[in-house]
Write a protein that binds this ligand. Structure first.
Ligand code: 0GY
Length: 294
């Protein structure tokens, strides 16, 4: 377990880009506070506290309206901090939980009532111990009757191994951080083209065009990531989501200014129509379907 971890930006800039009304941050986290919600013993990193109050204040500062809070590995399968944040959000936050195959039905209902609408499967070895694929298949079957969807986090080099498993997952699947491409290889690389083909062949797959700060091999303003995100936004305008990834766990090279991350949006979604789909229509359909399209 390592504590080498940069704290989130203390004073993010005000973005120049004004997001459309009702914009959703579809990928962010809450951590702790550890005194109230201790981190999981099996965690691979120990973050600094990133409580709900800070998350909601940042959202307001950036001009965003709603948040999708994703359970991070440092909290394991204890979704208490997530549930607490959802319950105090006045309906402006929804969640993605982490559960085991043995989760009780009552617990799923409790999570649903709090605002959870999906579960996350994480395949990154640096973040989690291995889970048998059959376990994930069982969980997918358990949650589909709640109308939830799946969020999957893997790296580009894992796609070949995982693609038949992922391709058979039922219902909507959201892929985190563009499937973590090697951006130094370029959008024409065999690897990224394979990813695009996979998305073309599976219309249930959605993708988060998030985390330029993790994917870049350069520095802000992340020029090398733009072609990847832009390609996906233009090719799959109805299947892309965007998020800040605040408070950016495990960032060791630099900590992004969240205001600059918002200013990244018009570079990857060039028209108002694309921005609206990315920031409002698509996440609303997945997380607030009862209000979508109003
Ligand atoms: C992210 C990315 C990371 C961490 C986690 O659950 C997590 O701990 O997802 C990472 O280290 O790449 O989406 O926050």
């Amino acid at each position: 377990m390592t504590a080498a971890y940069l704290p989130f930006h203390p004073d993010p800039s005000k973005p120049r880009f004004q997001v459309p009304a009702g914009a959703v941050d579809a990928h962010c986290h809450v951590f702790g506070p550890a005194a109230q919600y201790p981190f999981a013993p099996e965690r691979k990193y120990t973050p600094v506290d990133a409580p709900k109050e800070k998350l909601f204040a940042l959202r307001d500062h950036l001009g965003l309206s709603r948040s999708v809070i994703v359970q991070a590995t440092c909290h394991g399968r204890d979704n208490s901090a997530l549930v607490d944040a959802l319950r105090s959000s006045n309906g402006t936050a929804r969640g993605v939980a982490v559960v085991g195959a043995g989760v009780e039905d009552d617990e799923l209902v409790r999570l649903h009532d709090a605002g959870v609408r999906g579960v996350r499967f994480n395949f990154l070895k640096r973040l989690v111990d291995d889970t048998p694929l059959e376990t994930f298949t069982d969980i997918a079957a358990r949650i589909s009757r709640l109308g939830w969807h799946l969020v999957v986090y893997f790296e580009a080099e894992d796609l070949e191994r995982l693609k038949s498993f992922l391709g058979e997952l039922p219902g909507t699947v959201v892929i985190d951080h563009m499937g973590r491409p090697d951006v130094s290889a370029g959008v024409d690389s065999a690897e990224f083209q394979q990813f695009i083909r996979f998305l073309d062949e599976h219309p249930n797959m959605h993708v988060k065009v998030s985390c330029p700060e993790r994917l870049t091999r350069a520095e802000p303003p992340y020029d090398d990531v733009v072609p990847f995100a832009r390609t996906l936004v233009e090719r799959l305008p109805d299947r892309v989501l965007w998020g800040t990834d605040w408070p950016h766990p495990n960032m060791k090279s630099h900590m992004p200014d969240d205001g600059s991350l918002v200013d990244f949006i018009p570079r990857i979604a060039a028209t108002e129509a694309l921005q609206r789909k990315l920031l409002v229509d698509n996440p609303m359909r997945l997380y607030w379907p009862e209000e979508a399209g109003r």
